[in-house]
Design a protein around this ligand. Structure first.
Ligand SMILES: NC(=O)c1ccc[n+]([C@@H]2O[C@H](COP(=O)([O-])OP(=O)(O)OC[C@H]3O[C@@H](n4cnc5c(N)ncnc54)[C@H](O)[C@@H]3O)[C@@H](O)[C@H]2O)c1
Ligand SMILES: [Fe+2]
Length: 382
């Protein structure tokens, strides 16, 4: 069995880590950046923590911030035009998964212009040329987009979230500065933290998991389960821990895969614009009880990693203990528990299920499944 691992060239962690940026840029002899962020982060003064560093050191950049959550093909095309027009030779992305994913798509097409329609990037693409160098500074503790080989772009015309997988899209440098996450409102912190927990859990039971990705997954779920609430309450150590753990989960799932929680969550994002973390958190307990039948013994390890009492539990008892603990956490975090609360309509269930069945994340699911069982899961979660 041969396992492949792809990680960032360099990564930094810790409160204030963004200070390394000027040295890293100088060392790499980069000339002009496309600085990618979003309008909310500009307004909140979070992007300005990076802009100030660039201005102080007279580092040249062109700003692009027209990116919405669940970013679209249109967002990518607009950023691409600016990147080309101003001859940027690298990209700095400051934001959550939406910003970093948009930057990844821009970076890939800059050096592989045959994909300029963007929609042809969907699925596994082995682009010929390494993407334009990307430096990613995450501001949420969810997606780990700064260390993964994939990015998600919404094709607004057909209301589909395209999962794009390309080893060339991984940022060369990740700067995980927990101070940039400090001002997240509780609802965003809760949702993105639950996304990271979903990454760790789906990674641990996905088909292609292996000893190395297991190590990342167990470590990440232990830290996240025990620190997310404290981090939301602005405990500085817990915030550092969350910033680190979401990255650890990313190193796991980027190299192993995910499962149908993500395959289903992508459809709620595409159809109802549900925040990605909310969709995952809502679906996770329902899907775990379904998937647990295929690998109940792995739930004992997961429960122990999370610090739950797993003594004398066997088979589906262990599955239930873990899924109930996760559901209770989501309830404490005020995450909706039913799709109907997200504005979902029962007549969409068929479409949601058939699209989820065709999502690339489905391939890693530990239990063999089909569109009708996914439809039942959506119905239960409704
Ligand atoms: N590339 C990957 O590996 C990967 C993995 C999972 C999800 N995703 C994708 O990432 C996207 C979700 O990203 P996300 O969950 O990080 O959220 P996001 O980037 O969509 O941001 C959500 C909102 O939070 C705001 N925000 C971000 N950081 C903030 C901060 N520090 N303080 C205050 N507000 C802040 C943003 O401006 C935005 O309005 C989805 O499109 C999802 O499909 C990608
Ligand atoms: Fe995710």
């Amino acid at each position: 069995m041969v396992n492949r691992f792809i990680f960032n060239e360099t990564s930094y962690f810790g409160w204030g880590a963004r200070e390394v940026l000027p040295n890293e840029i100088a060392k790499r002899k980069f000339k002009k950046a496309l600085l990618v962020t979003d309008d909310v982060l500009l307004k909140l003064g979070i992007a300005s923590k990076i802009i100030d560093i660039l201005d102080d050191r007279q580092i040249e950049y062109e700003l692009f911030s027209d990116i919405r959550p669940n970013p679209t093909v249109g967002n990518v095309k607009k950023g691409l035009r600016i990147c080309k027009k101003y001859h940027c030779d690298y990209i700095i992305a400051v934001g959550g998964g939406s910003v970093i994913d948009t930057a990844k798509a821009i970076s890939v097409v800059m050096t592989n212009p045959e994909y300029k329609d963007i929609v042809s990037l969907e699925g596994v693409t082995n682009t010929e040329n390494r993407a334009l160098p990307l430096i990613a500074l995450p501001t949420t503790f969810g997606t780990a987009a700064e260390c993964t080989i994939n990015y998600i772009i919404t094709d607004e015309e057909v209301k589909t979230k395209m999962v794009c997988i390309d080893t060339s899209s991984i940022p060369v440098l990740a700067i995980v500065d927990s101070e940039l996450m400090n001002a997240m409102p509780s609802s965003i912190a809760a949702a993105t933290g639950m996304d990271a927990l979903t990454h760790a859990i789906e990674c641990y039971i996905t088909k292609a998991h292996n000893e190395m990705t297991d190590m990342f997954a167990l470590k990440a779920m232990g830290i996240i389960y025990n620190n997310l609430e404290k981090a939301i309450n602005k405990d500085k150590r817990a915030l550092d821990q969350m910033a680190l753990a979401q990255y650890i989960a990313g190193m796991g799932f980027s190299n192993a895969g995910l499962g149908i929680v993500h395959a289903m969550a992508h459809q709620l994002g595409a159809l109802y614009d549900t925040p990605h973390g909310v969709a995952n958190a809502l679906l996770l307990p329902y899907v775990l009880e379904y998937n647990g039948a295929a690998c109940p013994e792995r739930f004992i390890d997961m429960g122990i990693a999370m610090g739950l009492d797993m003594k004398n539990l066997k088979g589906m008892e262990a599955v239930k203990r873990v899924s109930q603990a996760i559901k209770n956490l989501a309830i404490r975090l005020d995450i909706p528990q039913h799709i109907s609360e997200l504005g979902g309509k029962e007549e969409d269930i068929n479409t949601l299920a058939s699209k989820a069945y065709n999502d690339p994340c489905l391939a890693g699911n530990p239990r063999e499944t089909n569109a009708s069982e996914i439809e039942d899961l959506f119905r239960t979660a409704f």
